[in-house]
Design a protein around this ligand. Structure first.
Ligand code: HEC
Ligand code: HEC
Length: 204
């Protein structure tokens, strides 16, 4: 393949080229297959083959601006999208044992606006569907339960019901065995933010 045809191939596969189709109604264009580069188009040369100078110049400029801006903005847009997209998809109904969910063990509130969420594990490292997580006003509280959610089939528990944390609430988890209590009070529902990797929430 010689330089000429490589250049032609590249030009034809270039998105810019599609924006500037040859005007076949002009005889000199129909006859010529001479490839055009961005530089020559944007340098306002060889316009006899294309739409009138002003229009092409404007479209050329617009395309360049768009491409430049997109290239600069796209990482920011992607980040914003990644950061926000979860929010719209946060389910309003709490976790329930017959449904599955994703990202077990990850910090759910990075992407969702749950009031309380996390993952319960078994001692053997597997997840614990059906474990019950409670928030109470007193440690291991009986009647003063503020919230109670059941881990779903993926071991994840979550709810969007508002919780008033006040000076702090107590939390406990129960599987089929004894209830495990967290001694320190919690002031937010982002359980997996602390209970990561080696420090999982476990139930018996
Ligand atoms: C990195 C961002 C991110 C993290 C972390 C994350 N999610 Fe999601 N979640 C999403 C997005 C985006 C969707 C919507 C698209 C989808 O289903 O993947 C979603 C959807 C969901 C849904 C709705 C699924 C359905 O079928 O209706 C649930 C429930 C859910 N997430 C729970 C959780 C839980 C619980 C955690 C933590 C263990 C978590 N997510 C962690 C981004 C995330
Ligand atoms: C600020 C970090 C932090 C947050 C947030 C947090 N925990 Fe804890 N959790 C700990 C620490 C540290 C311990 C061990 C000391 C203690 O019990 O206070 C613990 C202990 C526990 C225990 C007892 C562990 C065992 O095996 O006996 C359970 C159950 C528990 N947490 C559940 C939760 C739940 C549910 C949430 C979310 C409402 C939560 N934790 C939020 C740090 C945190």
């Amino acid at each position: 393949m010689n330089v000429e045809s490589r250049h032609l191939e590249r030009t034809l596969s270039d998105p810019m080229h599609k924006e500037f189709p040859r005007d076949a109604s002009r005889p000199s264009c129909a006859a010529s297959i001479e490839p055009l580069s961005h530089a020559s188009m944007c340098g306002l040369e060889r316009f006899h083959c294309f739409a009138p100078r002003v229009e092409v110049g404007w479209r050329c400029l617009r395309t360049l601006i768009r491409m430049r801006l997109l290239r600069i903005l796209s990482p920011a847009l992607l980040l914003a999208l990644a950061a926000c997209s979860g929010d719209g998809d946060t389910p309003s109904t709490p976790s329930d044992p017959v449904r599955t969910s994703h990202n077990a063990g990850r910090d759910c509130l990075q992407c969702h606006s749950f009031s309380l969420a996390g993952t319960v594990y078994r001692d053997d490292g597997g997840v614990y569907p059906g474990a019950v997580v409670r928030l109470t006003t007193r440690p291991g509280g009986g009647s003063d339960v503020v919230a109670s959610v059941t881990a779903d089939a993926s071991g994840n528990f979550y709810t969007s019901e508002p919780v008033s944390w006040g000076d702090g609430l107590y939390t406990d988890v129960q599987g089929i065995g004894a209830r495990r209590l967290m001694e320190a009070p919690v002031t937010g529902g982002d359980c997996n933010s602390c209970h990561a990797a080696q420090d999982r929430i476990r139930a018996d």
